[in-house]
Design a protein around this ligand. Structure first.
Ligand SMILES: [Fe+2]
Length: 251
């Protein structure tokens, strides 16, 4: 099975459309799943959810989805400085104010995790693909690349993963892949708000089912000016537009 895994779209409809077009032009993708954070930071939360639903793309709740969906006071995001904290609050308040009841209910109903059995679940010992947003314990926990292997092993145990399985997640907006004790850990990066210095929309193609899982990181150019203009034309902070242009890297 070849899966396209898309995460952290963050209401960036232009980036999502480009990624789906890129997936569609590949004839060999069997299924698409989204790993959370559909909304926040850009002005198309409802349109993003509508497109995900129209395409019947199943997925899980990111911290932004579960907090927006349940009316939490806080998005569960991390800040590096007081300015970031202020901007983050503005984005979350904007999103809460602009989601429709239909969008809110959809976000609140998304599951915490998805377990995929690529060979259908009728083969003993077949590999599994487990999807989370942040980590198997919390959707707000940042699983960064510099965490030690022991952390991966601990998370694999909690998730119920064994050698040959894959655990995929997002949340940090920085893609990476590592194998610890035969378990593949894949951070899919971000479709709509990359933070690795590359402005292009990112997603993962994962082949799993027979033999070693194979991971391919894909980057797609999209009409970033369209999203930047839409952000500047909304009450969202203009800083979010500038961050898209640099891929989250310092200006
Ligand atoms: Fe995110």
């Amino acid at each position: 099975m070849k899966y396209a895994l898309i995460s952290d779209i963050h209401a960036n409809l232009a980036a999502l459309e480009a990624v789906l077009t890129d997936i569609d032009r590949r004839a060999d993708v069997d299924a698409v799943y989204q790993l959370g954070d559909l909304v926040g930071y850009a002005p198309w939360p409802n349109e993003t959810v509508e497109l995900i639903r129209a395409r019947a793309i199943a997925g899980i709740a990111g911290n932004y989805d579960s907090t927006t969906g349940t009316g939490s006071r806080h998005c569960g995001c991390k800040y590096e400085d007081p300015e970031q904290e202020t901007l983050s609050h503005l984005s979350y308040e904007w999103t809460r104010k602009h989601v429709t009841p239909v969008t809110r209910r959809y976000l609140a109903g998304l599951p915490f995790r998805l377990d995929l059995w690529p060979r259908g679940g009728h083969i003993p010992g077949g590999p599994r693909l487990l999807l989370f947003h942040g980590s198997p314990t919390l959707n707000t926990l940042y699983w960064t690349e510099d965490r030690p292997d022991a952390f991966g092993s601990q998370m694999a145990g909690i998730a119920g993963a064994k050698a040959g399985d894959a655990i995929a997640f997002g949340h940090t907006h920085k893609p990476w892949h590592r194998v610890v004790d035969g378990v593949h850990f894949i951070n899919t990066g971000s479709v709509g708000k990359p933070k690795d210095g590359d402005w292009r929309a990112g997603y993962v193609l994962l082949t799993i089912g027979q033999g070693e899982p194979h991971v391919e990181f894909v980057r797609v150019e999209y009409d970033v000016d369209r999203t930047m203009q839409a952000i500047r034309g909304s009450e969202l902070p203009d800083e979010f537009a500038a961050q898209l242009r640099t891929g989250g890297a310092p200006r």
